[in-house]
Design a protein around this ligand. Structure first.
Ligand code: NDP
Length: 329
């Protein structure tokens, strides 16, 4: 079977040479273990941080060892009574065609009513990130005007749609191309702009003439500075990601207007989705209902085959995806 290992730690932007495909023999299953044939895997921005040799909230990937990450697949051999052959499961050993895990390391999923890749996106980690970040971290309230960056991506497209469903007075999104901006309008965003079209602060002023109450930050840098400038009294920021900085080789500038947070009495709150697992059931229930009612549209960009995974990851960092980027195997 084949797997992808980290061949080198990327310096700045990752390149295909930072990855290598290896063929290995699968070991025998031990008691309590299952063998999963992976059918789809996730590539996510947070994986870029794990490619650096620095301590963070998740340990770094190891050189010459397989990468890992969210994946779904079918159990093809089992030495556990709780997870039989044929079960469809979600687990954390992506970047490989087959995975061996203890039965309690997989979650059995229902793929009759929703697609299996939904568990990597809208019903999975990115979905919970959007929901928990908006409700619990930013303390969203009905009537808030919400701005989200990275708005055409996996997390951002859900943030905007959830805010609209929960009664936002105005939903504004930014993204990196005219097609994505059009998509945001189709998704029901009240205003959307391409951040390449001049200073973000200017575009945001036009899009949010009455200011914003919540900023859901996926991007950092100039976007965060623009949002701080536009936030109303008691405005709140959910600091989710700073993808504009992930491939930087030099320290990046902080928002130059941070002192505005004093007079406006802003709250800027960073968060990690893993700390919000207590909201997972509530989230899944509401999201399942929204999807069933046709209230949420789910975008996905698919690449095919394990060999395509490194490029899918690199392209994700460059914005090739609309919605969740997944690799089918
Ligand atoms: P996305 O689907 O949003 O994909 C990444 C997107 O980032 C690209 O499509 C691209 O879109 C955009 N992007 C890349 N470079 C820039 C740039 N310089 N400026 C602005 N946008 C850029 O990924 P996810 O939805 O999975 O993740 C979104 C964010 O949320 C990331 O920052 C990620 O790290 C963070 N995150 C945080 C979690 C947490 O627990 N805190 C959990 C999950 C995700 P475009 O074409 O618009 O540029």
């Amino acid at each position: 079977t084949r797997q992808i290992v980290l061949a080198a730690r990327p310096q700045g932007w990752p390149t295909p040479d930072d990855f290598r495909i290896e063929t290995i023999e699968l070991p025998e299953l031990a008691d309590g273990q299952v063998l999963v044939r992976n059918t789809a895997m996730s590539v996510d921005p947070y994986m870029r941080g794990r490619m650096n040799d620095v301590k963070s909230y998740v340990p770094p990937f190891r050189l010459d060892e397989p990468l890992d990450g969210g994946a779904v697949g079918e159990v093809v051999a089992s030495r556990s009574e709780s997870v039989p052959v044929g079960a469809r499961v979600l687990h954390g050993l992506g970047w490989r065609e087959h995975a061996i895990l203890p039965a309690d390391g997989v979650t059995v999923i229902d793929t009759e009513r929703v697609s299996e890749t939904a568990y990597l996106g809208v019903l999975g980690m990115p979905g919970l990130t959007a929901y928990a970040g908006l409700t619990a971290v930013a303390g969203f309230r009905e009537g808030d005007a919400v701005f989200v960056s990275g708005a055409a991506g996996a997390v951002g497209s859900l943030v905007g749609q959830i805010a609209r469903l929960m009664g936002a007075s105005r939903v504004i999104g930014s993204a990196g191309s005219p097609d994505k901006v059009q998509r945001l309008r189709d998704l029901g965003f009240d205003a959307a702009f391409d951040y390449h079209d001049g200073p973000v602060a200017d575009r945001l002023r036009e899009a949010a003439p009455d200011g914003i109450d919540v900023y859901f930050d996926n991007v950092g840098g100039e976007h965060l500075e623009a949002a701080i400038g536009r936030l109303n009294l008691h405005g709140r920021v959910a600091m989710c990601g700073a993808i504009s900085q992930y491939n930087a080789t030099e320290p990046t500038p902080a928002p130059r207007n941070l002192a505005l947070a004093i007079g406006k009495q802003l709250t800027l709150r960073g968060f990690i989705v893993g700390s919000y697992s207590h909201l997972a059931d509530e989230f899944r229930g509401r999201m399942t209902d929204w999807i069933a009612a046709g209230d949420i549209s789910v975008d996905e960009t698919r690449r095919e085959g394990l060999d395509a995974a490194p490029q899918a990851f690199i392209d994700l960092m460059r914005g090739a995806n609309t919605g969740k980027m997944v690799v089918t195997l």
